[in-house]
Design a protein around this ligand. Structure first.
Ligand code: FES
Length: 103
């Protein structure tokens, strides 16, 4: 699966928002941090909670269950209890849609 896939309408991802959807059966979260877009697999590597439901500060998202922090740019787990990274996806906005594809 290397082609770009639609995740959501661009209007559904305004600045400061996150959107959790699914692409080819994989949960994917997209984040708009003041016009910078990021996309991650939408599953915490600890207990698979959706990261799109967590608060964001800068380029870091906090898992809503136990508070592990993940870098939106790299997917790296920055604090326990999660210790494994989550996959990052490429993301772009074009034609009023948010598009993603796996790296
Ligand atoms: S479920 Fe995310 S840190 Fe535990």
């Amino acid at each position: 699966m290397s082609d770009w896939q639609r995740l959501c309408a661009a209007v559904d991802l305004p600045a400061g928002a996150a959107f959790g959807g699914e692409v080819a059966g994989i949960p994917v979260a997209a984040f708009n941090v003041n016009g910078r877009f990021y996309a991650l697999e939408d599953r915490c590597s600890h207990e698979r909670v959706r990261l799109s439901a967590g608060p964001v500060a800068g380029d870091v998202v906090f898992c809503p269950r136990h508070g592990s922090r993940f870098c939106l740019a790299t997917g790296l787990a920055l604090s326990p209890p999660a210790s494994e990274a989550v996959n990052t996806w490429e993301v772009r906005v074009a034609d009023d849609w948010v598009w993603v594809r796996p790296r």
